[in-house]
Design a protein around this ligand. Sequence first.
Ligand SMILES: [Zn+2]
Length: 244
Amino acid sequence: MVMKQLRASGGVWLSSGETNLYIDPGPGALVHCLRSKPKLDPAALDGILLTHKHLDHSGDVNVMIEAMTDGGFKKMGILFAPGDALEGDPVVFTYLRDYVKEIVALKEKRDYRIGDIVFSTGQKHRHGVETYGLNFRIASRTVSWITDTRFFPDLPDLYRGEVLIIHVVRLNPIGDDSIDHLSMEDVKTILKKAKPKLTVLTHFGMTMIQAKPWVVAAELEKELKMRIVAASDGLKLNLEEVPT
Ligand SMILES: [Zn+2]
């Protein structure tokens, strides 16, 4: 999906009060920010967060750090990333690590704050590299973020936000396949237990795209009687409008 850019891979801009946090700047993040209407100016960012170092989540992390800091002339912002994104085979260049005010190596089950945004990590995901899902408290709302992972039984209990953003790659069950991602079957298992007020499906693989994610979402919404939408490029979600 990323290599063909059938869907944009640029990540998510999260805003609350005066705070702007960019999550998972994959390939295209900078271009999509500057082309969006209204324009999202990376210089307004307070931080950048990587859930894990895979290229589809981190491809633009270096250029976004440069854009946030005016090429290093304005030292600012916090970078949150798992330790293995910073060491060994790092995805963040060492030459620009001084551009940010702080680099925070994420650990499992810890609490963090950046301005108006409070969040915590879940336990390590099953995903090959160090990977963390997130639980946000944004104003009075809770948002859970299940990034890439193979299914494990604790998943539904870890992520109990009113809004659930979930990365679903496969339409059909994963079974014994060596792919550390979720399927729609896994999503159904999670939703039945976690019962979010709104679910946003995203990060689709080819089988999801072929099945038309909006159709898949509508069918599951009918079956589970829960609000479920499929993300589209440029989707804007106003948390204040999510029913309580
Ligand atoms: Zn991914």
